[in-house]
Write a protein of this length. Structure first.
Length: 126
């Protein structure tokens, strides 16, 4: 069972492990303030709950395991992606920014169109 530990402050604690060592546990900050930490490791849960600040600085709640939602099948678009550009320079800029293609390899219209095709793009407007 997963447990969520919450606090109204940002918390970092040191807990004793079963082998006699110490482990640092840093809670994740929340946008509105406070922090949380989740784990399903029962040994870690026991160590956290044995910490002197448990129940004072932070508390633990059991979280119900949720079944993973079934993946939704994406319909793949057929054919190349249409991208409207006003000029060859705009097409060159698009390829350089989106795909990291060197601008020096895109010196001609045929090179730009070939690079676009290799990356599943079809430019309209040029």
């Amino acid at each position: 069972m997963t447990k969520r530990y919450t606090s109204s402050a940002r918390v970092v604690i040191s807990v004793a492990t079963d082998n006699g060592g110490n482990m640092r546990v840093a809670f994740n900050p929340l946008t509105g303030g406070g922090s949380y930490f989740e784990t399903s490791d029962e040994q870690l849960q026991k160590a956290i709950e044995n910490n002197a600040n448990y129940g004072k600085t932070f508390i633990g709640l059991e979280v119900e395991e949720q079944a993973s939602p079934a993946p939704v099948a994406k319909e793949e678009p057929k054919g190349p992606k249409q991208v409207n550009v006003a000029s060859l320079d705009d097409a060159k800029e698009y390829l350089a920014e989106k795909f990291g293609i060197s601008r020096t390899k895109l010196r001609s219209k045929s090179a730009i169109l070939a690079a676009a095709e290799e990356n599943g793009i079809e430019f309209t407007g040029i």
